[in-house]
Design a protein around this ligand. Structure first.
Ligand code: SF4
Length: 337
């Protein structure tokens, strides 16, 4: 591969075809950090309104670090994978404490911040500070595995190491941030998982898969993990026009967020199924059944109910609470009915 020619073609294409996204209008490392974390496992169109609202609510690292976790999770509600929000918050606090509020410029330093892995460190360092640091995400993996017609599975550590090395070798001396973004943009807009648009691809002259017309064979992966099905319950319990909610803490799946409780209620208790919710979550497929039930004495005498983890809230106040996606659907149901 002629590397200078590859760099030139890709950068030229990016300068003409890059989408105008809000986080591309800035070199503020905090804004880039926020956008990169939001974009993990989430589509660009979903992220845009969240990003814009977030930057109004927490315009600086300091404002995020000083905000209470509840308000951070509320701003994240609906984006899913809440660990990202908790880590972003914790990361901002660490930068304030250990780096005097100034985000470090080097990828090696950035990786010391909680929630910033190798990829995010590479993105912040190259886009905000033009450090010559590579990055590899799902899009880049696909592009590289096709360019090189890689036969080894990309979910193997040895292949990943090769891909990171390739990302490093291909970096130009200038426009590093743009080059990294161009690679990801190519993966998301042209070298798509199905039906890549090779005829319009700026680097098709360098692509081994295209030459052999075997694009669909790459990337090669090991067998996929099977989805695990989980059956869960939630109860809508109302008393004096207030609904019972429960805070998730510690090792709970949605720690820091609120849910409609899954109490161990006696089967004899009168209840009515009102909703069925299906929700995919990492490797889990959750089948959540929602029951409406009367708040009777048996419930209030349960020792758990005395704990701080439970709260009665007015229906209209459900809007202000941070729920994970499946429980947000229950809240929406209550708000609409
Ligand atoms: Fe991907 Fe096709 Fe471009 Fe190769 S030529 S990098 S397969 S879009």
């Amino acid at each position: 591969m002629n590397i200078p020619q590859f760099q030139k073609s890709l950068l030229r294409w990016y300068s003409k075809k890059a989408r105008d996204l809000p986080w591309r209008r800035t070199r503020d490392p905090y804004a880039i950090w926020v956008s990169e974390i939001m974009l993990q496992q989430t589509q660009v169109t979903t992220v845009i309104p969240y990003y814009e609202k977030w930057m109004k609510k927490f315009p600086t690292l300091q404002s995020l670090a000083r905000a209470p976790l509840d308000s951070v999770l509320h701003a994240w509600a609906g984006l899913g994978y809440y660990r990202r929000a908790r880590m972003l918050h914790q990361g901002a606090q660490e930068v304030l404490k250990n780096w005097n509020g100034k985000i470090p410029e080097r990828a090696s330093e950035l990786q010391k911040i909680p929630g910033i892995g190798r990829y995010t460190a590479g993105a912040i360092a190259s886009i905000a500070f033009e450090e010559k640091s590579p990055l590899v995400d799902g899009n880049v993996i696909r592009v590289f595995s096709r360019l090189k017609a890689l036969r080894s599975p990309v979910d193997q550590p040895s292949t990943l190491r090769r891909l990171w090395k390739l990302a490093e070798d291909l970096l130009p001396d200038e426009s590093i941030g743009n080059f990294n973004q161009a690679l990801m943009e190519l993966g998301s807009q042209v070298c798509t998982p199905q039906n890549p648009r090779c005829e319009t691809c700026p680097v098709h002259g360098h692509c081994k898969a295209y030459r052999a017309q075997r694009q669909a064979f790459y990337p090669v992966r090991l067998l996929k993990e099977k989805m695990i099905k989980l059956r869960e319950r939630a109860f809508l319990i109302e008393k004096n026009s207030r609904v019972l909610i429960q805070k998730q803490t510690g090792k709970d799946r949605w720690s820091g967020l609120w849910i409609f409780p899954n109490l161990n209620l006696e089967e004899s208790l009168r209840r009515r199924e009102v909703l069925k919710i299906k929700h995919g979550f990492t490797k889990y497929l959750i089948d959540l059944r929602v029951y409406q039930t009367q708040a009777d004495e048996k419930i209030f005498l349960m020792p758990k109910m005395l704990s701080k983890k439970f709260r009665w809230v007015k229906r209209e106040d459900l809007k202000k609470i941070a729920f994970p996606s499946p429980h947000q659907k229950i809240a929406n149901y209550l708000l609409a009915s």
